[in-house]
Design a protein around this ligand. Structure first.
Ligand code: BGP
Length: 488
């Protein structure tokens, strides 16, 4: 008789996740070139829309470079991880991390994206970080491209809209695989690759205004195709250069429910889910799913493929599927429903059974179980949750402590559902909570939207000592890891 699975496997990878442009700072030091993330300004609350609002234009970029526009760019300073990684990694080790997800900033390695030689200082920085992690037996999980493209590739080629960028990326990937082959085994090719369709600038350094006469969707799906090919080629290279390496794709999973049981609602939700899962379909199955043909035809989207592209996708699928999960969405064609404030997808409406975070993201732990089960049956590949967490305002007490029971509750409920999914038979490799140390928010560039177990003394205006301190959730997560998820 087969035994029922009781909990997480003994080598389950517990940890936390960050991105270079949200933590490092030192945006112009040691030979680093500018990246697209360095041009994203702080967006004051009153100017923020429902959807991704950080799309930058070519005029804006040129204005900044010419010194005519002076905004604030919090991602340029991050939380100064560039200079404090030794202290920060010691804290991650104290938490008991088995894995640390981080990204390499491409413009630190190739300042213009396609330079003839890599920047040694950049290569050395990440080598130091990886060695520091290894000192504590923390496995690095490295994203090659987390919402940043070297700015010069955007200015010269319009980022991933151009096919040329594939070669530059592959060269960058080969360079870092070769340099870190003894230090890094787990790689992700593109962070939240599907975000390309919501924000081409964020996802691929693509300026839609540079392609007159084409819809944003048309431009985005073309750019996404280039990333698919690049991702497959990077997967191939990783396997060649680093024996035993494992490469994953990464999706911003947006589990979508129908609001009513009207068949139109069911279909609408299914379409939402299919469009979201299209990105993992290509990576995992190595081909475009047939439902996209209809979608492309209905929306006048033509994706130009070169001969050989389909073979490349088919030959080099990913080893595992990773994803971020923060919330679920609900859609309807029936009746009047309140739009959810702050959700990243237009047209999503309120789910009456769910509470929302202060940023309007609808909290849905059970949706994580639904997602895991869906992925498992759709792909049958190992899964890795590489982002999950609650962005919240924290209050520092007079004695310096931060009591964050809301964060503990959010994480506990999600980890409980993860455990249920594991019992359901889902093959789950690990879990990295987003922003284990407070960092600059991706969508708003705020500092006050905090996710960490570790508090960082810095406010939205960039004032503060940058001192690190432990929140209540620190000891809680430490115990979760120590008991391999037994005690929540
Ligand atoms: C994901 C991104 C991260 C991140 C997180 C939280 O979409 O991959 O970079 O920051 O969302 O989003 P935010 O920072 O906007 O709260």
């Amino acid at each position: 008789m087969t035994k029922a699975i009781k909990g997480f496997k003994p080598d389950f990878l517990w940890g936390g996740a960050t991105a270079a442009n949200q933590v490092e700072g030192a945006f112009d030091q040691d030979g680093k070139g500018l990246s697209t993330a360095d041009m994203v300004p702080f967006i004051p609350k009153e100017k923020r829309g429902l959807s991704f609002s950080m799309d930058v234009t070519s005029e804006y970029i040129e204005g900044v470079l010419a010194g005519e526009i002076h905004d604030r760019y919090p991602k340029r300073d991050g939380i100064d991880f560039y200079h404090s990684y030794i202290e920060d990694i010691a804290l991650f080790a104290e938490l008991g991390f088995k894995v640390f997800r981080m990204s390499i900033n491409w413009a630190r390695i190739f300042p213009n994206g396609n330079d003839a030689e890599p920047n040694e200082a950049g290569l050395q920085f990440y080598e130091n970080v990886f060695k520091e992690l290894r000192k504590y037996d923390i496995e690095p999980l490295v994203t090659l491209s987390h919402y940043e493209t070297p700015l010069e590739l955007t200015r010269k080629y319009n980022g991933w809209y151009s096919r040329e960028v594939i070669d530059f990326y592959v060269n960058y990937a080969a360079t870092v695989f070769t340099r870190y082959k003894d230090l890094v085994k787990y790689w992700l090719t593109f962070n939240e690759i599907n975000v390309m369709v919501h924000s081409p600038y964020t996802g691929g350094g693509v300026l839609v205004d540079k392609v007159p006469g084409k819809t944003s969707d048309q431009i985005a799906y073309q750019a996404a195709h280039h990333q698919f090919v690049a991702s497959a080629l990077a997967t191939k290279l990783a396997h060649e250069i680093i024996p035993g390496s494992q490469v994953g794709c990464m999706l911003a999973r947006m589990q979508t429910y129908p609001v009513t049981n009207h068949p139109d609602d069911i279909l609408k939700a299914q379409e939402h889910n299919d469009l979201n899962l299209f990105f993992t379909d290509v990576h995992a199955k190595g081909e475009y799913p047939s439902f996209m043909n209809r979608y492309f035809a209905d929306n006048d989207i033509v994706v130009n493929k070169e001969e050989g592209d389909d073979e490349i996708l088919k030959k080099y699928p990913v080893d595992f599927i990773s994803f971020s999960y923060y919330m679920s969405l609900s859609v309807t064609t029936h009746g009047e429903f309140e739009e959810t404030a702050g959700n990243l997808i237009e047209g999503a409406v309120k789910n009456q059974y769910l509470e929302s975070s202060d940023w309007g993201w609808q909290i849905d732990p059970k949706g994580l179980r639904v997602t895991l089960r869906d992925f498992h049956s759709r792909y049958g590949k190992p899964l890795f949750i590489v982002e999950n967490g609650l962005g919240a305002y924290d209050k520092v007490e007079e004695d310096g402590s931060v009591h964050d029971p809301y964060r503990i509750d959010y994480l506990r409920q999600h980890i409980e559902q993860m455990k249920e999914a594991v019992k359901d038979g889902v093959d789950l490799m690990g879990y990295t909570a987003w922003g284990p140390i407070d960092l600059v928010s991706m969508s708003t560039s705020e500092m006050s939207k905090r996710y960490g177990f570790i508090y960082v003394d810095q406010d939205d205006e960039g004032n503060g000592t940058l001192k690190r301190s432990k929140k209540d959730s620190f000891a809680w997560y430490q115990n979760v890891i120590a008991t391999n998820g037994e005690e929540l």
